[in-house]
Design a protein around this ligand. Structure first.
Ligand code: BTN
Length: 263
């Protein structure tokens, strides 16, 4: 990756000249968290060409081969209560969902809580991790992985039918610097909206982009599986479901899939 080109595209913004580039690392989220503990300022972003231990949600691994994709993690230090930090994942989702259509003709969709789909398949994932003591946030790390130029055949067999890349969808090679800049610039815009006006404008935008409201879904959670209709997302980023048999429930963590035949 050409970090000078990326810095130029970001000039004047919160991430300009705060990029840490690593040819290879365990996980950019872990590196960003370690830098944050050492005092790295807000806006520090760790990029890696490849990750040995790329992390996904719910303890999954994030396949991170060199040279083809984006793996980066931002350090943030928002002056908000820890309970509001989940909203930052949604901020990142909205930002990425605005940037990706510039590079990809397939419909881009947000899937709760933080998956981005292109043509119905996963193309981008977001992992937010936070350190706080009591009521103060020490730092938040938001990690974003995008399948950019990877070919289908290079994807892990286990995810091949459910994942795609921007190159597969668009039929052309995409500049990772341009894409990273587009995501970071939009993230900064939405982050400022979130800090100044709160979660509500972000929530509205997420609902508009996700198209999930009113859909019948199956939610796979640690403690079981529920089916129901999505009724919205609350002020903390929690998914609201009208569950069959038991009325409204709140989903804090889980995997949401459309019930087949309902897509
Ligand atoms: C998910 O969809 O489960 C979240 C995937 C997040 C992957 C990114 S890649 C950059 C950053 N570093 C990590 O170890 N994970 C995130």
């Amino acid at each position: 990756m050409d970090i000078n080109k990326l810095n130029r595209a970001l000039s004047g913004g919160m991430f300009a000249n705060r990029i840490v580039f690593l040819p290879e690392t365990d996980s950019t989220n872990d590196r960003a968290a370690a830098l944050a503990v050492q005092g790295a300022e807000e806006g520090t972003v760790v990029f890696a060409e490849s990750q040995r231990g790329g992390k996904g949600r719910l303890g999954r691994k994030w396949h991170s081969p060199p040279g083809v994709n984006l793996y980066f993690s931002m350090v943030l230090r928002p002056a908000i209560a820890p309970a509001r930090a989940a909203g930052l994942t949604i901020v990142a989702g909205v930002a990425a969902a605005e940037a990706l259509p510039l590079f990809c003709p397939s419909p881009i969709e947000l899937k709760w809580p933080n998956d981005i789909l292109a043509g119905g398949k996963k193309v981008c994932g977001i992992l937010t991790e936070m350190r706080h003591s009591g009521g103060d946030i020490g730092h938040v790390v938001i990690g974003i992985g995008v399948n950019v130029n990877i070919r289908s055949v290079q994807l892990d067999e286990e995810i091949r039918s459910r994942a795609t890349s921007l190159r597969e969808e668009s039929g052309r090679k995409i500049s990772r610097e341009d894409l990273a800049a587009a995501i970071l610039i939009r993230f900064e815009e939405w982050y400022r909206v979130f800090l100044a006006e709160g979660f509500e404008p972000v929530r509205k935008e997420w609902i508009r982009k996700s198209g999930m409201t009113g859909r019948r879904v199956r939610v796979v959670m640690r403690n079981g599986v529920r089916e129901g209709t999505v009724t919205g997302m609350d002020e903390n980023g929690v998914l609201l479901l009208a569950a069959e048999g038991s009325g409204p429930i709140e989903i804090i963590s889980g995997d949401v899939e459309p019930v087949s035949g309902e897509e």
